[in-house]
Write a protein that binds this ligand. Structure first.
Ligand code: ZN
Length: 410
C-alpha cells in the first residue's frame, strides 16, 4: 500500500462515519412527531408536548450544524497537512519525543477546544436557557472549562508522557506497560472518582434527617446497603435536569442522588430510583464494566502495537519522519470502525443491565413508583419518547421509556 492510498482510506473512514451518523440522526428526527405509544401517552400534557417537540427539533438542527462544521474542519486539516504543520511546530521547540508528543497533542486539543467552545456556550446559554434547563452562570461555565483543561493537562499529559516513554525503551512491547498503566489508572479512578474528581466540580452531602432519610433507611436495611453510602449532589447549580448514579466498589462505593431529583420526585419515587441504583450494585454491573473496559483497553493497545512501527501511518498524514504521536492519530481513525462496534456491544449490555436494575427495584420495592418516577424524569428533561429503533440500537445506553415500562409491567 502507498501512503496516498492510506490517506484516502483514512478520509473515507471519516466521511463514511459522518454520513452514517447523519442518516441515523435523520431517521430519528423523521419520527419526532409519531403518535405516542399508549404506555407513555400520559407523560406530557398538551403544552409540554409541544415544548418537547421544539426541544428535539432545535437540538437536531444544532447537532447537524456542529457536526458538519467539525467534519469540514477535520477534512481541511487533513487536506492541508495540518498534522505536519503541528509536528514541525513541536519539533521546532524540542528534540525529545515526549516533549514533542505533549506539544503536538496540546496544540491539537487546545485548537479543537477553542473552536468547539462557542458551540457549547451556545448550547448552554441559548438552547438550554430557552427551555428553562440552564442554571449555570457564565462565570461557572468558564471555571468549569478551566478546571477541565487543568485536569486534561495533568492527567492526560502524565499518561501520554509515560506511554511515549514506554515506547522509547520497549518498542512494540510497550503495549503491556501501557495497558498496565491505564488499567491501574482506571481502577484508581473508579475507586476515587467520587472523593477526588467530583468535589472539584460539585458538593456532595450525606442525606439530611427527615422523612426521606427514614424511608431510604427502611429500604436500605431491607436489602443490606449501608445508609452512609448515599449522598446528595448539588446538580442544581448547573441544570434543572435530574439524575442518580452508582459509583466505585468495595469500601468506596456510593449512590449519588441529584438535589434536583429530590425536588422533583415524591419520597416513594426517590426510594424507587435508589432501589434501581442498588440493583446495579447488587448485580455487580460496576465490576463488569470495569473489567470490560480494562480488557478492551488491552486489546486496543495490542492492536496498536502491531501497527505503530509502520512508517506508512505517518507518511499518510504527510509526515516523513515516523513518530509515535502521528502513528497514534492515523491508528485512531483506522480503529474507529472497530470501536464503533465495541461501543455498540457495550450499549447493548448496558441496556440489559438497566432491565436487571429495574427488575431488582421491582422485586424489592414494586414497579409503580419506579414507573411514575421514570415518567416524571422524562417529562422534566423533555425526553424523546419516539426514538427510531436503529438510533436506539446504536446510541442508547438505556432502553426507551416505553420498553422500560413494558418490562416493569410484565
Ligand atoms: Zn440504571
Amino acid at each position: 500500500m502507498t501512503a496516498t492510498s492510506l490517506f484516502y482510506i483514512l478520509i473515507s473512514i471519516l466521511i463514511i462515519n459522518f454520513i452514517f451518523d447523519k442518516i441515523l440522526d435523520f431517521l430519528n428526527a423523521k419520527h419526532f412527531g409519531d403518535v405516542l405509544p399508549k404506555e407513555v401517552a400520559d407523560v406530557y400534557d398538551e403544552t409540554e408536548y409541544i415544548k418537547s417537540q421544539n426541544y428535539k427539533k432545535v437540538n437536531f438542527r444544532f447537532s447537524t450544524i456542529t457536526s458538519t462544521f467539525s467534519i469540514l474542519l477535520t477534512l481541511l486539516f487533513f487536506i492541508f497537512d495540518g498534522f505536519k504543520i503541528v509536528d514541525d511546530f513541536a519539533r521546532f521547540y524540542s528534540e525529545n519525543n515526549i516533549v514533542i508528543a505533549l506539544i503536538f497533542f496540546g496544540v491539537i486539543m487546545l485548537g479543537s477546544d477553542v473552536l468547539i467552545t462557542p458551540f457549547s456556550y451556545y448550547k448552554t446559554f441559548v438552547i438550554e436557557e430557552k427551555f428553562g434547563f440552564n442554571k449555570s452562570t457564565k462565570k461557572l461555565f468558564w471555571i468549569d472549562k478551566l478546571k477541565g483543561w487543568l485536569m486534561t493537562i495533568i492527567l492526560g499529559g502524565l499518561i501520554l508522557s509515560l506511554i511515549v516513554w514506554f515506547y522509547g525503551f520497549a518498542g512494540n512491547q510497550f503495549w503491556i506497560y501501557a495497558w498496565a498503566l491505564v488499567a491501574v489508572f482506571t481502577l484508581f479512578m473508579n475507586l476515587f472518582y467520587s472523593t477526588l474528581i467530583v468535589p472539584l466540580f460539585n458538593k456532595q452531602t450525606p442525606l439530611k434527617d427527615g422523612d426521606l432519610k427514614t424511608a431510604i433507611k427502611k429500604f436500605a436495611d431491607k436489602v443490606g446497603f449501608k445508609l452512609d453510602k448515599i449522598f446528595v449532589i448539588d446538580g442544581s447549580k448547573r441544570s434543572t435536569k435530574a439524575n442518580a448514579y452508582f459509583s466505585g466498589f468495595g469500601e468506596t462505593k456510593r449512590i449519588v442522588l441529584f438535589d434536583t431529583l429530590i425536588n422533583d420526585l415524591t419520597t416513594e419515587e426517590i426510594v424507587a430510583v435508589l432501589a434501581h441504583e442498588v440493583g446495579h450494585y447488587k448485580r455487580k454491573h460496576t465490576i463488569f464494566n470495569l473489567v470490560a473496559s480494562i480488557l478492551l483497553t488491552g486489546l486496543t493497545f495490542y492492536i496498536l502495537s502491531l501497527f505503530i512501527d509502520n512508517a506508512l501511518l505517518s507518511q499518510a498524514l504527510g509526515v516523513s519522519k515516523p513518530s509515535f504521536h502521528i502513528g497514534l492519530i492515523a491508528f485512531g481513525i483506522l480503529y474507529s470502525p472497530i470501536s464503533e462496534i465495541t461501543g455498540l456491544i457495550m450499549n447493548f449490555i448496558s441496556r440489559k443491565f438497566e432491565y436487571q436494575a429495574d427488575d431488582f427495584a421491582k422485586e424489592h420495592f414494586g414497579a409503580t413508583h419506579l414507573i411514575s418516577s421514570l415518567k416524571k424524569l422524562s417529562k422534566n428533561s423533555l425526553t424523546n419518547l419516539t426514538p427510531h429503533r436503529y438510533y436506539v440500537f446504536m446510541h442508547y445506553s438505556h432502553p426507551t421509556l416505553k420498553e422500560r415500562i413494558l418490562n416493569l409491567n410484565k
